[in-house]
Design a protein around this ligand. Structure first.
Ligand SMILES: NC(=O)C1=CN([C@@H]2O[C@H](COP(=O)(O)OP(=O)(O)OC[C@H]3O[C@@H](n4cnc5c(N)ncnc54)[C@H](OP(=O)(O)O)[C@@H]3O)[C@@H](O)[C@H]2O)C=CC1
Ligand SMILES: CC(=O)[C@H](N)C(=O)O
Length: 199
């Protein structure tokens, strides 16, 4: 796969007409780590994480130089709920969210927009490949693919950074994100917190 990714990366770097990169390709798994094949987990990381980084790294310099561009990273709700499916899959999507958060900050003022999409369960071939046919899921948690894409594109047209199509009460995300931001300034200090001081 590395050769294929490098080939696509070169195509992106060499083509100044490309203005949008959608990192959508991804695979998942539903089995717990201890029942998973190690090579399959590595292949998942190579696709969900390494290819996404490589292609983003190929696209961004040109976007910045040309003063426009859009990166859409397809993460998942398991980025913030990794207990839900296979942990390597959840970890790979947490990476996508964290990488997007960092990239967004890095590209501030460049006119390059970053969007990260966190779909919940969506009716696609993903589930067959992940080992749990979608028909086994409760109907009320599965979104049709078309509705998911329409919602994600509406989020993009509104210049959203995070788009979570299934989350009806967006203040839940806002509160979660505000708590993270509030904690951010308290996470590096020159001495341990009182609870870690002996005596
Ligand atoms: N379905 C769901 O419930 C959810 C999916 N997602 C994410 O959405 C994204 C799209 O998945 P979805 O459409 O649902 O699933 P599909 O299985 O329908 O599509 C997977 C996509 O990934 C591509 N792909 C798979 N393996 C490789 C590979 N080794 N090299 C290159 N491309 C590859 C496929 O290309 P090809 O068709 O050529 O094989 C296809 O375009 C993924 O990142 C997934 O993690 C996130 C949350 C929920
Ligand atoms: C959240 C889901 O159920 C989904 N399959 C995913 O890929 O994350």
């Amino acid at each position: 796969m590395a050769d294929d990714v490098n080939r696509v990366a070169s195509l992106i770097t060499d083509n100044a007409e490309i203005t949008m990169l959608i990192n959508n390709a991804g695979v998942g798994a539903t089995a717990p780590l201890l029942q998973s094949d190690a090579n399959a987990m590595s292949a998942m990381i190579a696709l969900n994480v390494e290819a996404l980084v490589r292609l983003t790294h190929a696209a961004v310099p040109g976007f910045v130089a040309r003063g426009r561009g859009t990166i859409i990273n397809i993460a998942s709700i398991v980025a913030i709920t990794p207990e839900r499916l296979n942990g390597v899959y959840g970890g790979s999507k947490a990476f996508v969210l964290a990488f997007s958060q960092s990239l967004r900050q890095e590209l501030e003022g460049s006119n390059v927009h970053v969007q990260v999409v966190l779909p919940g369960a969506t009716a696609t071939d993903f589930w067959d490949a992940a080992g749990l046919p979608v028909a086994y899921l409760p109907e009320e948690i599965v979104m049709p693919a078309g509705a998911l894409v329409d919602a994600a594109l509406l989020g993009l047209s509104r210049k959203e950074f995070v788009t979570i199509p299934s989350l009806h009460d967006v203040t839940q995300w806002d509160v979660y994100e505000a708590a993270r931001q509030a904690m951010a300034g308290n996470l590096s200090t020159n001495k341990p917190a009182a609870r870690y001081l002996a005596g």
